[in-house]
Write a protein that binds this ligand. Structure first.
Ligand SMILES: Nc1ncnc2c1ncn2[C@@H]1O[C@H](COP(=O)(O)OP(=O)(O)O)[C@@H](O)[C@H]1O
Ligand SMILES: O=C(CO)[C@@H](O)[C@H](O)COP(=O)(O)O
Length: 536
């Protein structure tokens, strides 16, 4: 405890889909404290499943904003009870699940600036939100708003050139447009709209934090090259939107000192800096110290794959975001909605709810799964837009079921084949020096990572914690401490622990998957044309 008391550090937060997490990283860049609060388990009164409420239409997906606030109260109290010495925190930053939005009611800013240190945040912020259930990234209820936005700017390709993505249902501009159209009263009583990331930063700041460029790129509103809101997009979504969003800022900005609430209640030093919070995927890019040529694969609630890009290359599939650590550069991202929750379902159905049984099934089956292939999309997938389970025999015949072990391998191989195929469609190629950096909850599972190495034909590395968004946030906080010195991020993290090699491709893997990847792509097209119907 005495040693801990003397440890100067930065904190990295992550407000992700299923939990709030925190890490403390010391000046040697070692993680010495990690904690989390899980919404379903620790905040049962909100009745979420996987951190969200799926509404009756099956499309609308929200999370209660007060659950996020209370999770922060709980985790800070846990840290305090464990003897965590807040007085040593030099700076903090954080991440949020991307695209989700928070609606602050008129007058909330006044409450935020005058919080009493004697009471938890939840009690004081109860009446501060004009929308109590916030749309989150899993929402896919804004198809009409997406079509309106694309039409307003000259089509999907034009929107993608401007904002880095064609219109996506979860992207915040379309979510805001839906709220404005369906609940104009709540919209007019909203003085500020935050992303989950800038909302969390606002709690620490005690005032509204700006949106950063990188997470702001997930809104279909930001011109990613000029780094300003697009007037055409704002106008197409809702009136007076610019004033409700505030000006976006570079991701490495220090947005202010911590609010006196945290100084008085927890003992943070008054000079503790708050560095702009960003999206969880951009923060993971920082945490994994991704370099050009590497591929990051995050296996969290969603599965994502992302790359570092020098130049933006917007397309009709995937997203281009401003880079969170280098303002001149960009990142590309693909998001797959059927990630960990889909794996959990197959684990429960075919492996008695046990990850070790699940692993045994992967170990006892051959690469290539005897030619059996599967698509497992219990919710409408983002990449590509397919729903349902589709299983195919080695002869490409659709079958209704697989034996349990075959089902498990078909799921994991299928998930990784989809990632490789869609990354290649973006122009990405696995090179002899390519490293895959894996993170997220499922990166704890070595058998899953072995399949990843085999399908991609590249070695897989991990960092010491699967919480790369938290670690990246703490690294970004250290970078913020050097603000004004032009110190590149790479210089800040050069002492960070090396990434660890955890899986290399099995001999013969490339021959097995070359043929299988072609079949997977062909069958994906077949399902797409069957579900979309014949071309007109
Ligand atoms: N050993 C494991 N094997 C496979 N998946 C795992 C394992 N341990 C945890 N997970 C998955 O990790 C997921 C949570 O990942 P995490 O990155 O913490 O999510 P998020 O940041 O989106 O809240 C869980 O839903 C669970 O399915
Ligand atoms: O929508 C996206 C990225 O575009 C998701 O990746 C969210 O950012 C949620 O992240 P996790 O909670 O699954 O990490």
């Amino acid at each position: 405890m005495a040693e801990r008391a003397a440890r100067r550090c930065c904190l990295g937060w992550d407000f992700s889909t299923q939990q709030v997490k925190v890490v403390a990283v010391d000046a040697e860049l070692s993680v010495f404290y990690e904690d989390s609060v899980q919404f379903d388990r620790d905040l049962v009164e909100f009745g979420t499943q996987g951190g969200v409420h799926v509404h009756k239409d099956g499309l609308t997906v929200t999370s209660p904003v007060l659950m996020w606030v209370q999770a922060l109260d709980i985790i800070l109290e846990k840290m305090k009870a464990s003897g965590f010495d807040f007085s040593q925190v030099l700076a903090l930053s954080g991440a949020g699940q991307q695209h989700g939005s928070v609606y602050w009611k008129t007058g909330a800013s006044q409450v935020l600036t005058s919080l009493s240190p004697d009471l938890p945040l939840r009690e004081q912020l109860q009446a501060c939100f004009s929308i109590s259930n916030c749309p989150v990234w899993m929402d896919s209820s804004t198809a009409a708003q997406c079509r309106q936005l694309e039409a307003a700017v000259g089509g999907a390709q034009a929107l993608s050139r401007l904002t880095g993505s064609r219109a996506y249902e979860r992207f915040t501009g379309n979510q805001i447009a839906k709220i404005y159209q369906q609940n104009p009263e709540a919209y007019s009583h909203t003085e500020r709209i935050s992303l989950v990331s800038s909302f969390a930063a606002s709690l620490f700041l005690g005032s509204y934090s700006p949106v950063d460029y990188s997470d702001g790129s997930g809104m279909n509103l930001l011109q990613i090259q000029d780094k300003v809101w697009s007037q055409a997009c704002l106008g197409a979504c809702a009136p007076r939107l610019e004033e409700k969003l505030g000006r976006p800022v570079p991701s490495c900005s220090v947005v202010g000192p911590i609010s006196s609430y945290f100084v008085q209640r927890y003992g943070f030093p008054p000079g503790c800096k708050v560095v702009a919070f960003t999206g969880d995927n951009p923060a993971s890019l920082a945490g994994m110290r991704l370099e050009e040529g590497d591929i990051a694969v995050s296996l969290g609630t969603s599965d994502t794959l992302f790359l570092w890009l020098q130049e933006p290359t917007p397309a009709l599939e995937g997203h281009i975001f401003c880079n969170p650590v280098d303002p001149q550069h960009y990142m590309a991202l693909l998001c797959f909605k059927n990630g960990s929750l889909m794996r959990e379902k197959i684990r429960d159905e075919s492996a008695s709810g046990s990850w070790s049984e699940f692993s045994k099934a992967l170990q006892s089956t051959e690469m290539g799964n005897g030619g059996n292939l599967g698509f497992y999309f219990d919710v409408m997938e983002i990449t590509p837009e397919i729903i349902g389970r589709h299983r195919f025999s080695a002869e490409n015949r659709e079958v209704s079921a697989f034996p349990r072990e075959v089902e498990i391998r078909a799921l994991i191989e299928g998930q990784f084949m989809a990632k490789k195929i869609h990354a290649e469609a973006l122009g990405y190629r696995v090179m002899p020096k390519t490293k895959i950096l894996a993170t997220g909850g499922a990166s704890h599972n070595r058998d899953i990572l072995q399949v990843l190495a085999d399908v991609f034909g590249a070695p897989v590395y991990i960092i010491d914690t699967a919480n790369s968004a938290c670690v990246g946030s703490a690294y970004r906080a250290f970078h913020g401490l050097a603000a004004g010195t032009d110190m590149p991020f790479a210089e800040i993290v050069k002492l960070a622990p090396d990434r660890r090699l955890v899986a290399t491709p099995t001999p013969g893997a490339s021959q097995v998957y070359e043929a299988l990847l072609q079949r997977y792509a062909m069958l994906e097209q077949r399902i797409l044309s069957q579900t979309r119907g014949p071309p007109e």
